[in-house]
Write a protein that binds this ligand. Structure first.
Ligand SMILES: Nc1ncnc2c1ncn2[C@@H]1O[C@H](COP(=O)(O)OP(=O)(O)OP(=O)(O)O)[C@@H](O)[C@H]1O
Ligand SMILES: [Mg+2]
Length: 362
């Protein structure tokens, strides 16, 4: 899949932009604070309906304006696709896919697939478990609308249970919510575990490539015990029972999919805690490249790669290895300038200059 066009109106520092993109490498250069990340953020938004930088959509509206528009056009295996967002200051955002408005955001999943590499994404290994859960969930959502709806059901059930805990409720009512939570939670956990197991094999392959076979990589999903959905549900229920007094005392749910994590082992060292900075970055890159491979395997479609300022975070060898993995994919790269050693890789690239909310081809 590749993007053919991006249109922005009153979006961040873009008053009005109509940009044509080509397959292959698109390189956006520009000084700081000109709108490079904003542009990638807009593409990312059309892919998952959320910014990678803020949970508050309204921040995307140009200051002083009431609404912003983002439109992305792409060509995939099954023809042309168009995603249009209207973000309104006083209303919920609205989205149309191929000209028809859709009511549920889940319908957006998988329409435009993206994999984002940014310094924040590269930090996923050393960040908190919450960031690693976000990484998993965004990837799995792009692959499965059913998972998107399942996860929102789980989160709503959890929020409701927490409200009940805070308001003080009787045990019978909690029993009902426990059943619901464990039922949805077991499905979430089983899906994520399956994803991490598949990702692990692909991440290992990429990690060996990036480290010239010096290091292996293993991912282990960390959650409640149990293999089958029923087993996980039973463990979940008994854990909820065990921690209920504590839950009631503190007013929130202590066990469940919302506390899960995955371990990242280089050889047998837990890189989350004991990895060197370079090791953590390389492992994160391996994860991202594995995500790319998995999307391709699973959907038969090439995702669009968004690379926000990542080259400056990597040493030359990793930079070059990363670039050679990009061939065949449409990639949108941002940087302040193209470093000398990378110039020879960018000979066929389309270059754009980003300046104060305008983009010109160079
Ligand atoms: N809602 C908004 N309305 C208008 N301008 C905004 C809005 N949100 C952010 N900006 C401005 O957009 C500018 C560009 O931001 P962006 O993050 O895209 O820069 P960048 O080119 O990626 O810079 P860097 O190289 O430092 O990463 C910022 O200076 C910011 O003030
Ligand atoms: Mg930026």
């Amino acid at each position: 899949m590749y993007l053919t066009g991006l249109t922005l109106e009153n979006y961040r520092n873009y008053r009005s932009l109509k940009l044509s993109l080509k397959p292959g490498l698109n390189v956006l250069t520009g000084e700081n604070a000109q709108g490079k990340t904003n542009l990638l953020e807009a593409v990312y938004f059309t892919s998952i309906g959320k910014s990678m930088r803020t949970p508050r959509d309204k921040e995307l509206i140009m200051w002083g304006e009431d609404r912003a528009r983002i439109k992305a056009e792409a060509v995939g295996r099954y023809g042309r696709k168009k995603v249009e967002f209207l973000i309104d200051k006083r209303d919920n955002k609205r989205v149309a896919i191929n000209g028809a408005e859709v009511r549920k955001l889940g319908e957006l999943m998988g329409v435009i697939m993206t994999v984002l590499f940014s310094p924040d994404e590269i930090a996923v290994i050393k960040n908190s478990p919450g960031d690693r859960r976000r990484f998993m969930d965004i990837a799995v959502c792009q692959l499965s609308r059913a998972y998107f709806y399942l996860l929102s059901r789980y989160n709503k059930t959890l929020a409701q249970r927490n409200r009940l805990l805070k308001s003080g409720t009787d045990g019978d009512t909690l029993d009902i919510w426990d059943m619901q939570l464990a039922g949805a939670g077991a499905k979430v956990i089983k899906t994520r575990r399956g994803f991490i197991n598949r990702l692990s094999a692909l991440a290992d392959r990429n990690h060996r490539y990036l480290t010239s076979d010096k290091e292996s990589l293993t991912l282990n999903y960390e959650s409640l015990a149990g293999e089958t959905e029923e087993e996980i549900r039973d463990v979940f229920l008994s854990e909820l029972k065990r921690t209920r007094d504590k839950d009631v005392l503190y007013g929130f749910t202590h066990v469940g999919a919302q506390t899960d994590d995955f371990a990242v082992l280089a050889g047998d060292v837990d890189v989350r805690k004991y990895g060197s900075q370079g090791q953590q970055r390389t492992a994160a890159l391996s994860l991202k490249l594995a995500e790319l491979d998995l999307f391709k395997e699973e959907s038969g479609e090439d995702p669009v790669l968004l690379l926000d300022d990542v080259f400056s975070e990597l040493d030359e060898k990793r930079q070059e290895k990363l670039i050679s993995r990009l061939s065949g994919f449409q990639t949108v790269v941002t940087c302040t300038h193209v470093e000398e050693n990378l110039k020879r890789y960018f000979t066929d690239a389309n270059f754009f200059r980003v300046q104060n909310g305008t983009v010109s081809e160079v």
